[in-house]
Design a protein around this ligand. Structure first.
Ligand code: DP6
Length: 326
């Protein structure tokens, strides 16, 4: 009744922002992402009557309030599937700071789902793993796979799941993550998804997604960094335009965020193949080639407001491990 799994975070190229049904995390649009190798979360979960009551530890600290309730909500889905009401102990460790727009919830809920199903002895098909992970966090539906992944929006629980577009070794690209802040963001993604419809930019963003999805699929198929980068940048700016103009407002950018984006645009003028994108937070992902990643990472560190970089290659699917966190 105990298992450990590791899952990678992902960076969305075409982004999910806004729900058709928030209780099921059914999105308003399909999305495409790349699973990352160096940004990941390990989760150990044990279901046992000896645990007493549900215990959740994130980075060695007991989770409280909404963060805890959310994990317990997901444990309840897993318990229902496993036909048990045993309490659970959960612990996690990540290679990056949670709640900073680096897809902690994607890697955490993908790992919790894979470990939880294993702990309960449930062997289910990948599509079901993706739909169940989605109930924990929308973007976790994509992190149950490695490589390039599309989450098909769907209109019901069973129809909303992710699938692989191309495996991790299809394209040796790099995502140099520029960490400008470790501080938890003021507006969680869940609040942002609910606020999206109140933004005057929301319909404009949605109107671009069909074309952006097609462009992203073409870019991945042809290993075309310029096209992928164009989509990733436009998608980031559209998402942040919606976030900044919704109610409640979410202005995720810090001075370091803008400095990195400006620098990436300046590098492109000089011919560097580098493109920025951001999920819901201040930290910036810089998509570039394997050859250019070292100079991009070194030069990013010289920008005022920068803390450090995390250089990621495409990551694989979640793995079950035999070394437990407790
Ligand atoms: C901006 O999946 O984190 O990263 O389901 O509330 O956990 P919850 O939302 P979440 O939202 C991710 C939004 C995004 C874009 C994306 O990953 O597609």
């Amino acid at each position: 009744m105990k298992a450990t799994a590791q899952a990678g975070a992902n960076i969305a190229i075409v982004k999910y922002w806004g729900n058709l049904d928030a209780s099921l995390n059914l999105p308003l649009n399909s999305s495409i992402s790349l699973t990352l190798d160096q940004a990941n979360t390990i989760v150990t979960v044990e279901f046992s009557p000896n645990v007493g009551e549900d215990r959740v530890e994130i980075e060695g600290r007991p989770a409280a309030g909404y963060a805890r309730e959310r994990v317990i909500g997901h444990l309840n889905h897993l318990r229902q599937m496993g036909g048990t009401d045993a309490p659970a102990r959960v612990a996690s460790r990540s290679t990056f700071p949670p709640a900073t727009g680096l897809a902690f919830s994607a890697s955490f809920y993908a790992a919790l789902t894979v470990a939880g199903l294993a702990a309960l002895g449930l062997a289910v098909d990948p599509r079901t793993v993706s739909t169940v992970a989605r109930l924990g966090s929308g973007s976790a539906a994509r992190s149950v796979y490695g490589g390039w992944v599309e989450w098909v929006a769907g209109a019901s629980h069973e129809e909303s799941y992710a699938q692989v577009l191309a495996p991790r070794d299809w394209w040796a690209i790099r995502d140099v993550i520029a960490i400008v802040s470790d501080e938890p963001k003021a507006v969680p993604s869940t609040v942002g998804h609910a606020a999206a419809v109140s933004s005057p930019c929301h319909q404009g963003r949605l109107a671009r997604t069909t074309e952006h999805l097609a462009m992203a699929r073409t870019a991945i198929r042809n290993r075309d960094l310029a096209l992928l980068g164009q989509v990733a940048e436009e998608q980031a700016l559209l998402l942040h335009a919606v976030a900044m103009t919704g109610t409640p407002r979410a202005l995720y950018w810090l001075p370091g965020t803008v400095a990195v984006m400006q620098q990436v645009l300046a590098w492109r003028e000089e011919g560097w193949p580098a493109y920025f994108t951001l999920d819901a937070g201040p930290n910036v992902h810089v998509l570039t080639t394997v050859e250019d990643a070292p100079r991009v990472a070194a030069s990013l560190c010289a920008i005022p407001g920068m803390q450090r970089t995390l250089v990621c290659a495409p990551g694989g699917p979640p793995v079950l491990g035999d070394v437990h966190l407790f």
